[in-house]
Design a protein around this ligand. Structure first.
Ligand code: THU
Length: 127
């Protein structure tokens, strides 16, 4: 998963921030889905790496995230933005592992529940 996240990250389109991010998800089928951030000259239209990976997973037919890797090179540990925590929540559970790292290694693993406590999710809309 780390290798796929890094390969996607290498293709990131981040000419404005210069901050390349890669993500890789393992879906319930066992398949891996990678994505990178895709920035846009109209800045708000940019897309995060996690969103790209989720799009690839959904397009391929999987609907559950069993595990997730996010990699970027920052001064400290890079964690998913708030919006992407919620995007992951749509397809993952509180105990889903999210592995965080950089070009060299995974340096920390947290759960989605730690990243997004007391979250709002699909179950809240069940009647
Ligand atoms: N970015 C991601 O791809 N994922 C995150 O969780 C945090 C931020 C991207 C968006 C933008 O292209 C760049 O990093 C700087 O914010």
């Amino acid at each position: 998963m780390l290798a796929q996240a890094l390969a996607a990250r290498a293709n990131a389109h981040a000419p404005y921030s210069g901050f390349k991010v890669g993500a890789c998800l393992r879906g319930e089928s066992g398949r891996l889905f990678a994505g990178c951030n895709v920035e846009n000259a109209a800045y708000p239209q940019g897309q995060c790496a996690e969103a790209s990976a989720i799009g690839a997973m959904v397009a391929a037919g999987d609907r559950r995230i069993l595990e997730c890797v996010v990699v970027a090179d920052g001064p400290g540990l890079v964690t998913p933005c708030g919006g992407c925590r919620q995007r992951l929540r749509e397809f993952a559970r509180d105990d889903t592992p999210v592995h965080l790292g950089d070009s060299n290694r995974i340096s920390r693993t947290v759960t989605l529940g730690e990243l997004l406590p007391l979250s709002f999710g699909p179950d809240h809309l069940k009647k």
